[in-house]
Write a protein that binds this ligand. Structure first.
Ligand SMILES: Nc1nc2c(c(=O)[nH]1)N[C@H]1C(S)=C(S)[C@@H](COP(=O)(O)OP(=O)(O)OC[C@H]3O[C@@H](n4cnc5c(=O)[nH]c(N)nc54)[C@H](O)[C@@H]3O)O[C@H]1N2
Ligand SMILES: Nc1nc2c(c(=O)[nH]1)N[C@H]1C(S)=C(S)[C@@H](COP(=O)(O)OP(=O)(O)OC[C@H]3O[C@@H](n4cnc5c(=O)[nH]c(N)nc54)[C@H](O)[C@@H]3O)O[C@H]1N2
Ligand SMILES: [Mo]
Length: 790
């Protein structure tokens, strides 16, 4: 049998003698949340910076929280403390007073730093100085900014074709920096713009784009707060979007019913104590989810098909949705959709026994939720990674669209589709052109604005970039934020791929393992974060971001930056572009984008004027971001029920029911976030809501499955993933925790388990790694397959 591809993989917290498992919490936030938030903030930033930082977070004159893409309430509804425990942790991590100085790199070889875990690397503080690792050297050493840009430009010029370079973006980058970055990359001549979306909500963008003509969610905050029924599938808001709970609480106060679809009973969904209200500090809090469907991993296509089936049956039985004359919104369906008949035929052909097998739920449970749909004329479906990171993710999300279309829950107040985004500006980065297959009209306008010829063929997404680096077709990698090595699947393959590059460049705020798996020549370019004051030649600058609900607003940091030498992301791109494109007189050479890169660096308003000319919806940009809440980008289906699809209508689609399965003796593993991390940044070893503390190498398994497997709570096992390529991928030393999860399913934290996700295991049509359904076997630790054979 083949074994794991062999490049070493960076360490995680392997030693964890102290893992403790307690009772999972039923309630989220409340007083413990406030205490934790303040402990993190004061510990890292000190009291003055903490107060100053936290009070400007998500305020109209302050900066946008970097932790998630949940929108801010309108000004009158905004509290003075518009942040959550995890936002405070994110700020503490960024605004820490600790510094990574050149001495750290002088004292430690790259390999020594590589041997440290994620938590340790993050604790070293903010990066302060540009650093280079020369070919063959064991250490990073300081380099001047000018020399750094010259070195990068020289390597880019030496490539056989621009397509040998790839430029990654993580979704924290501002609109301004993202717009300039994609302009520079296209000016160079490639569309190789992989981003974190490729591993995140790509499946949502693909499904929504094909069915309703726009890859973004349709609802506003007001819709959420006035909905009658909210279905939350594959999302853990208590940890990952805590401020969503405040909106859900408001909806509940007005009588909304909430249904959670999740293999785990997540704390925020059961009870929530709003830390921003005095009564939220004590007592039991609001019960958020009225119904919990404990679905099997990947069973959601079955759930949404079942609900569609119940609605169609009810229609045939002559019943009606509350407030309407029938179950289906016939006026909407006839006027605005195509494909109902085929979809309905598909559902008729789907059997309840298959649905029960796919979901692990009983018909009666699903019918109960069907009744809730009939009792609501304002329904919202929200979802996140639990739906997007499966082989059939795109089909599953199209099935949500089907359900929503049936009752006309699109373009109606209090109703709609809500893919809850992750990174705080991941949606904005896409709007700005960070996409390997940006639509042609965008490229036409970009060309017209900057008088150059943009490349037209599609570029590489994240998975294809890794394949191309592995095969020697991409030789230059630049990351605008993020931690590519740890975020991407198949860590060993990704690591070998990065190391094989002629040059890697990472623009970062904090040290991470992507710096420590360098290409032949490697650069670390430190940059300003969201909370830092950004002063350029014309004075203090603001940037803009777009949240999950298409609201664009300004963000300006005010904290003193970690060092005087730091450049903003905008400045880094402008200076690199000058090194690449300018002639000796400081003018752009013919054939390159005709842009005044110097003026754009000096004054971000110039960048916004260009954005206004290229990106639809940004008319009067500068003035409209003076409004405290910013402005909302147009959303055809929501605003006026128009659909920019091939047929100019919304599309029902028909998909045969499919669900992932594991052979006997194997489990389906999902890789997810603990309460104490931000993606690959580990803040600490605890997962308070799930009752786990002191270590991250745990695997949560249903007690009945443990019994069947001959294992017990407290055992230590290796996780070995099995894939069609016959390669065994192994993650060692996980403590087994008996946990209330759906049968046949297991859960463990990312990024420790990224070694288990095969590069070639991706979602159909979106190429997103299937991080939520990996077939694994649990082997007693230290016992290899051969040794266990008697
Ligand atoms: N504090 C904090 N905030 C964050 C992040 C962070 O790491 N830390 N990350 C940010 C980013 S980039 C993102 S994308 C979001 C992620 O936000 P989430 O999507 O909430 O993140 P995950 O931890 O991956 O949780 C997935 C949830 O889906 C459930 N799930 C898994 N598989 C399935 C399935 O097959 N079906 C169903 N119905 N449910 C399933 C899991 O049990 C879990 O509750 O959060 C953002 N916000
Ligand atoms: N197995 C598994 N893998 C997954 C997932 C999963 O659920 N399971 N989730 C996927 C998802 S949803 C996502 S979005 C990706 C996340 O992938 P990434 O976005 O690549 O990862 P992060 O951990 O968010 O990146 C953290 C780094 O970003 C840098 N950084 C922070 N702020 C800034 C800034 O303002 N500017 C710059 N330039 N740099 C900054 C810091 O140096 C920090 O070390 O991971 C994906 N990978
Ligand atoms: Mo994400």
């Amino acid at each position: 049998m083949a074994t794991t591809p062999t490049a070493p993989t960076p360490p995680d917290d392997l030693d964890q003698p102290a893992v403790r498992v307690g009772k999972p919490k039923r309630t989220s936030a409340g007083l413990p949340g406030v205490v934790t938030a303040m402990r993190h903030a004061v510990g890292q930033m000190g009291p003055v910076r903490s107060a100053s930082g936290l009070l400007r977070m998500n305020q109209a004159d302050g900066f946008d929280c970097m932790s998630c893409a949940w929108p801010d309430p309108d000004a009158p509804d905004r509290s003075h403390a518009e942040f959550c425990e995890n936002g405070a942790k994110a700020l503490a991590s960024e605004a820490t007073r600790k510094r990574v100085r050149p001495e750290l790199f002088a004292e430690h070889t790259i390999d020594e730093l590589y041997a440290r875990d994620d938590h340790w690397l993050n604790r070293q503080g903010r990066l302060t100085t540009p650093m280079i690792r020369e070919d063959g050297e064991t250490h990073y050493r300081p380099i001047s900014w000018d020399e750094a840009f010259e070195r990068i430009a020289a390597v880019l010029r030496s490539l056989d074709t621009p397509d040998q370079a790839a430029f990654y973006t993580s979704g924290r980058t501002s609109n301004e920096a993202a717009f300039l970055y994609q302009l520079m990359v296209r000016g160079l001549g490639t569309n190789n713009l992989p981003d974190c979306s490729n591993m995140c909500h790509e499946s949502s963008g693909e499904a929504l784009g094909k069915t309703i003509g726009i890859g973004k969610g349709s609802v506003t905050l007001h819709d959420v707060e006035t909905a009658k029924l909210i279905i939350i599938a594959g999302q853990n808001p208590g940890t990952n979007h805590p401020r969503m709970l405040t909106s859900l609480e408001k909806a509940k106060e007005q009588g909304a019913v909430v249904v959670a679809v999740n293999p785990l009973p997540e704390a925020g969904l059961t009870h929530y104590q709003n830390p921003q209200r005095v009564h939220g500090m004590v007592g039991r809090g609001t019960r958020i989810a009225d119904v919990h469907l404990q679905v099997r991993l990947g069973g959601d296509l079955g759930v949404f098909q079942a609900l569609g089936k119940v609605l169609l049956e009810a229609e045939e039985a002559g019943r009606r949705t509350i407030g309407m004359t029938s179950v289906l919104d016939h006026a909407f369906v006839e006027r605005h959709t195509v494909g109902l008949e085929e979809y309905a035929d598909g559902l008729r052909a789907t059997s309840w026994s298959d649905i029960e097998a796919a979901t692990g739920l009983r018909e009666a449970q699903l019918r109960e939720v069907g009744e809730l749909l009939l009792a609501s004329d304002r329904t919202i479906v929200a979802w996140a990674m639990g739906l997007t990171q499966h082989r059939h993710a795109v089909a599953t999300i199209k099935e949500i669209v089907n359900l929503v279309l049936l009752q006309g829950n699109l373009g109606r107040p209090g109703a709609g589709l809500l893919p809850v985004r992750g990174h705080s500006n991941v949606q904005g980065d896409r709007t700005m052109g960070i996409f390997e297959k940006m639509p042609q009209p965008f490229l036409d306008r970009l060309e017209a604005e900057f008088s150059f010829a943009s490349p037209r063929e599609h570029g590489f997404d994240t998975v294809d970039t890794i394949r191309a680096m592995r095969d020697g077709r991409v030789r230059f990698f630049m990351g605008m934020g993020g931690n590519f090595l740890k975020a991407a699947p198949d860590t060993a393959v990704t690591e070998a791929a990065l190391r094989s590059c002629a040059m890697t460049v990472q623009v970062s705020t904090k040290l991470n393992h992507s710096h420590l798996a360098p290409g032949r020549t490697a650069l670390i370019l430190p940059t300003l974060g969201r909370s830092d004051l950004d002063v350029q030649a014309t004075g203090r600058q603001r940037v803009t971001v777009e949240d999950s609900m298409s609201m664009v607003h300004a963000s300006s940091g005010h904290l003193r930056p970690p060092s005087d030498g730091l450049l903003s992301e905008v400045a880094i791109v402008c200076r690199l572009a000058r090194a690449l494109f300018h002639d000796e007189h400081g003018r752009p050479r013919p054939g390159t984008p005709q842009a005044d890169w110097r003026a754009m660096e000096d004054d971000y308003r110039v960048v916004r004027r260009h954005i206004e000319a290229v990106v639809p919806g940004f008319v009067d940009y500068e003035r409209r971001i003076d409004d405290p809440g910013g402005f909302r980008l147009p959303h055809g289906p929501h605003d006026v029920r128009t659909f920019e699809t091939t047929s100019t209508k919304a599309h029902f689609t028909r998909t045969p029911l499919w669900w992932p399965t594991a052979p006997p003796g194997r489990l389906l593993l999902q890789t997810l976030r603990s309460h104490d991390q931000y993606n690959t940044t580990v803040y600490g070893p605890d997962d308070r809501y799930r009752g786990i503390s002191g270590g991250r190498r745990v695997v949560l398994v249903n007690a009945h499955d443990l019994a069947d497997l001959g294992l017990a709570d407290g055992d230590v096992v290796d996780l070995v993933s099995e894939f069609t390529d016959g390669v065994d991928r192994r993650a060692e030393g996980f403590r087994v925790v008996a946990y209330d999860t759906a049968r046949g399913c297991a859960a463990a934290y990312f990024p420790e388990t990224n070694v288990l996700v095969p590069l070639d295991s991706t979602a159909e049509d979106s190429n997103t790694p299937t991080s939520k359904s990996i077939v694994v076997r649990l082997e007693p630790a230290g016992v290899t397959a051969a040794a266990s054979d008697p």
